[in-house]
Design a protein around this ligand. Structure first.
Ligand code: NDP
Length: 450
C-alpha cells in the first residue's frame, strides 16, 4: 500500500521517519499517486517538497510560576505550515506528550482538512508540553499568559489564528485572549473558541462533534446503509469532541453506549448519561471511574488491564464507532474486533486515531470509513465562522451556524465521495479526501508562484 520509493524522494528528517508526521505524509502520498502520475504540473512545481516542509516552526521557552512560587519551564511551539488558501489556522494542544513531530503531523493534516471546507484558511498547529492535569485555575491562567507573551509576536487576525485542541478549551482560550488583548491593546479576533460573551461563535464547542455526526449521516445515506437511528454506537474519549458526538447521537435517536479517558472505559448499555459525563469531566475535571457510583449497572474497564494494541471500548458490539480521543488509539487488533462484531461504519472524531493497518482492514472489509480530515472538519468550519463574525462585528444565531455547518459537512462528504469515484476508488473516503484537499492547495500554490 505504501510507496516507499516515492517517499525516498522527499526531504523528511531522520527524527520524523518513525513518527506520526511520517505516517500522515505517507498516507497522503499513497492516496494522491494517481493524481501525480497523470499531472506532471505538480512535479514541475515541486509541490510535494514544498507541501511537506512547514513555512516555519517557531519554538520558544515558557517560564511561569506555580502556586508554590516555584519557577516552571515548558516549551511552546507553533508550526505555521501552509497559507496558500488563507491565514494559518489550527489549534493549540497542551499535553505532556506534545513535541515538534506531533505538531507537524497535526499541522500537515490541518492543511488538507481546511482545504476540504472550501473556506479561506491555511494550515497550522501549535501547543506545549505543559500538562494541565491537576493544575489550579490560577496556574492555568499564569501558564496561558506566559505562553501568549511569546506567541503574540507571530499571530494576528489575517496572519495566524489559533484555536483549541486537547487540553485547550474555552477557559484556556479566554486566558490566552485576555493576555493578547493586554499586550497588544487590540480587540482582534485572533483566537477562535472564545467564550460567547466576548466574541466566541455560538456552537463552536459543539461544532466538531456535531459535524462528525452530520458527516456520518450523509456517508451512510450515500453508501445505502441504515441510518444511525436506534443503532448502538461506541465512542472513545470524554473530551470536547466525544461529548458533542454523544450529545448529537442522543438527539437523533441513536444509542451511544461508551466513552473513555486515559484511565479507562465506561460501558453503559442504556445509553451514556450526558449530564453526569459533563459534570465529571467538565465541571469537576475528574476521572470517568466515578460514573459507576451514580450508575452501578454500568461497567468501568481500567485502561491498565489492556494490552497496548487492544482497547476495551472497541470490544463493545456496535453499528457505528467514533474514535474521539487521540492519535493511533484504534489498532489493527481493535479493527478486526469491530469488523467481527458487525460494525458498519467508523468515523474519526480525533485526528488520525486509526493506525494505517486498522484503516487498511476497514477498507478491505468495505466498512464505511470517514477519515478525520473530512469527518472532524466541523470544528475549523465554525472557527472560520467566528473569524467572519469578529471581522464584521456581527453575531449569527445558533440555528444559523448549525444550518451552515450541516450544509458544509454534507458538501464535504459528497465532494469526497465523488472524487473517490472519479479516481476509480469508489467508497474510499481516505483517498477521496486526500486527492480533493491536495488539489485545492496545490493549484493555489501553483497560481501564487514561488
Ligand atoms: P479534550 O482535551 O477535550 O479531550 C481529550 C479526551 O481524550 C479526554 O477524555 C482524554 O482523557 C482522552 N485522551 C487523551 N489522550 C489519551 C490517551 N493517550 N489515551 C486515552 N485517552 C486519551 O480534547 P478534544 O476532545 O478537543 O480533542 C480530541 C481529539 O479530537 C484530538 O485528536 C484533537 O486533535 C481532535 N480534534 C479536536 C477538535 C476540537 O474542536 N476540539 C477539532 C478537530 C479535531 P483525559 O480526560 O483522561 O485526559
Amino acid at each position: 500500500m505504501i510507496n516507499n520509493n516515492k517517499l525516498k524522494d522527499f526531504t523528511i528528517s531522520d527524527s520524523d521517519v518513525n513518527g506520526v508526521f511520517y505516517q500522515a505524509v505517507q498516507e497522503v502520498i499513497c492516496s494522491i499517486s494517481p493524481l501525480l502520475n497523470s499531472n506532471e504540473i505538480y512535479a514541475k512545481h515541486s509541490i510535494l517538497d514544498r507541501l511537506i516542509i512547514p513555512d516555519r516552526i517557531i519554538k520558544f521557552r515558557v517560564n511561569w510560576i506555580d502556586d508554590n512560587q516555584k519557577i516552571q519551564v515548558n516549551t511552546g511551539i507553533r508550526v505555521q505550515f501552509n497559507n496558500a488558501l488563507g491565514p494559518y489556522k489550527g489549534g493549540l494542544r497542551f499535553h505532556q506528550s506534545v513535541n515538534e513531530g506531533i505538531l507537524k503531523f497535526l499541522g500537515f493534516e490541518q492543511i488538507l482538512k481546511n482545504a476540504l471546507t472550501g473556506l479561506p484558511i491555511g494550515g497550522a498547529k501549535g501547543g506545549s508540553d505543559f500538562n494541565p492535569k491537576g493544575k489550579s485555575d490560577f496556574e492555568i491562567m499564569k501558564f496561558c499568559s506566559a505562553f501568549m507573551t511569546e506567541l503574540h509576536k507571530y499571530i494576528g487576525p489575517r496572519k495566524d489564528v489559533p484555536a483549541g485542541d486537547i487540553g485547550v478549551g474555552t477557559r484556556e482560550i479566554g486566558y490566552l485572549f485576555g493576555e493578547y488583548k493586554k499586550i497588544t491593546s487590540t480587540y482582534d479576533g485572533v483566537l477562535t473558541g472564545k467564550p460567547h460573551m466576548f466574541g466566541g461563535s455560538f456552537m463552536r464547542p459543539e461544532a466538531t462533534g456535531y459535524g462528525v455526526v452530520y458527516f456520518t449521516q450523509k456517508m451512510l445515506e450515500l453508501e445505502n446503509k441504515d441510518s444511525l437511528k436506534g443503532k448502538i454506537c461506541t465512542i472513545s474519549g470524554a473530551g470536547n469532541v466525544a461529548l458533542h458526538v454523544i450529545e448529537k447521537l442522543l438527539e437523533i435517536g441513536a444509542i451511544p453506549v461508551s466513552c473513555s479517558d486515559s484511565n479507562g472505559t465506561i460501558y453503559d448499555k442504556r445509553g451514556v448519561d450526558l449530564k453526569l459525563l459533563k459534570e465529571l469531566k467538565f465541571e469537576k475535571r475528574l476521572s470517568l471511574e466515578g460514573y459507576t457510583l451514580s450508575h452501578p449497572e454500568s461497567t468501568f474497564f481500567p485502561a491498565y488491564k489492556y494490552a497496548e494494541d487492544s482497547h476495551a471500548v472497541w470490544d463493545i458490539e456496535c453499528y457505528a464507532a467514533f474514535p474521539c480521543a487521540t492519535q493511533n488509539e484504534l489498532t489493527e487488533v481493535d479493527a478486526q474486533t469491530l469488523i467481527t462484531n458487525g460494525c458498519v461504519s467508523v468515523s474519526e472524531g480525533a485526528n488520525m486515531p486509526s493506525t494505517p493497518e486498522a484503516i487498511s482492514a476497514f477498507l478491505t472489509h468495505n466498512i464505511c470509513f470517514a477519515p478525520a480530515k473530512a469527518a472532524n472538519a466541523g470544528g475549523v468550519v465554525v472557527s472560520e465562522f467566528e473569524m467572519s463574525q469578529n471581522a464584521s462585528m456581527s453575531r449569527w444565531s445558533f440555528e444559523e451556524v448549525d444550518n451552515k455547518l450541516k450544509d458544509i459537512m454534507q458538501k464535504i462528504c459528497i465532494e469526497v465521495s465523488q472524487t473517490a469515484k472519479e479516481y476509480g476508488v469508489e467508497g474510499n473516503y481516505v483517498d477521496g479526501a486526500n486527492i480533493y484537499g491536495f488539489k485545492k492547495v496545490a493549484d493555489a500554490m501553483i497560481a501564487e508562484g514561488i
